[in-house]
Design a protein around this ligand. Sequence first.
Ligand SMILES: Cc1cc2nc3c(=O)[nH]c(=O)nc-3n(C[C@H](O)[C@H](O)[C@H](O)COP(=O)(O)OP(=O)(O)OC[C@H]3O[C@@H](n4cnc5c(N)ncnc54)[C@H](O)[C@@H]3O)c2cc1C
Length: 442
Amino acid sequence: MKLQCKFLPQDDGCCGWYETLPPPPPSMPLRGNVRADWVVLGAGLAGLAAARRLAELKPNDDIALIDARRVGFSTAGRNSGFMIDLPHDLNSSDYTGDRTHDLEQIRLNRGAIDYMREIVQRHGIDCDWREQGKLHGAARDQGIRVLETFANGLSALGEPYRALNADDMQTITGTRFYKAGLHTPGCVLVQPAALVRGLSQALPENVQLFEDSPVRHINVGKPHVLVTDQGRIEAPRLVLANNAYAAQFEQLGLKGRLLPIYTYSSLTRQLSDAECARLGGDNSWALIPADPMGTTVRRMGDGRICIRNSFTYNPNVSTNDRQLARARAAHQSSFKRRFPMLSKVSFEYTWGGALCLTRNNGRPFGELAPGVFSALCQNALGLTGGTISGKLIAEYALGMESELLDIMLKQPKPAANPPYPLLGMGVRKALAWKEWRAGIER
Ligand SMILES: Cc1cc2nc3c(=O)[nH]c(=O)nc-3n(C[C@H](O)[C@H](O)[C@H](O)COP(=O)(O)OP(=O)(O)OC[C@H]3O[C@@H](n4cnc5c(N)ncnc54)[C@H](O)[C@@H]3O)c2cc1C
């Protein structure tokens, strides 16, 4: 079986998280013929976790980890940095769903946070790791009702939270924009590009990382062969961690089931001391909108503000200047609505990144073909979801058993979608309608 990688990572070079880091040391691209015991495709959160876990469990095996770009340049380094412990279903109206599923989701997410915390501490990874929880903010009555439902859902799950009124929200965020809010304590915040770069630099010795090495095609067989322009890797076992890019793998039944959806962020310049004083509030906080289609906002300890909103359906897994410009304009008006006192503050960076979603929040976790294992599709919860699926796929491939693995294996598989072109029309219409419904929460 031959898997073609027609759509390769084409991300823009405008991601604020990556660009504000010091330049990385030179990469090691794949050259010539390499043989390994395992090959992991994609060095995002799932790939880094899978390679690390394999190396921990099989210290005498050689593990090759390969990525088309530098670590941190792709989506794993482009996200908003929320390591979310609670359910986060973007398809729902308030992030929650079925109670049993939610409880299982929490266990998986916390398993990921515990694993990541230990690695970050052990290796002293400098990624602005903050255990300060997240805010949910509502700007109007509809949002307040969503928060109430979310709060009831948390109570039923036995999860702690603190309800906040408009004054509390202003005390924390400095703005009067939010009419109500809620704080949940278990979310960890990170600088995502710094996190994944740090993880890649702290990989065990039996992992060899090849960056700047786009895989053009894969011959699935005995062994599997991954072919780049200047080399090839042969290995009897392959872990797929290329997330949205796997949507093109028709032969594995993923086409039409995995949905590559882009979302976008902008990062301001650093605020001056006078601007910080005018804004007021805490110097670091992170807010998720009451409506999942609303605007995520983070105030960073270094005085920058990050805005995230807008979704587009991009089946070719690449965005374009027009979509970026439209997202930037949406970010500007969202920023203006929240921070009228910062009218002179501009964005230094605007970027997009590919999520991999399914209609039913399902995941193609497991063995998709002999010796081909999948840690694909994080349904927008990549920091925790990617980490735990990478860790657990390594354990699964080695025949281990655990409660977390049982939970992961029980997750639904991705539901089939309507065929093209109906699929594209349907997804775009649904996104437009949901964004319209989010209204001022954007
Ligand atoms: C703006 C934005 C905000 C977000 N905010 C959050 C958040 O706050 N919290 C959260 O949990 N999630 C968030 N996400 C989602 C999160 O970033 C993703 O879910 C996560 O990156 C998925 O991790 P992954 O390892 O599965 O895949 P990816 O990070 O997409 O990694 C896949 C890797 O595969 C590589 N690859 C693909 N094809 C090839 C090929 N042919 N050859 C070689 N390499 C290849 C890519 O270069 C990439 O590095 C956000 C995403 C965006 C875009």
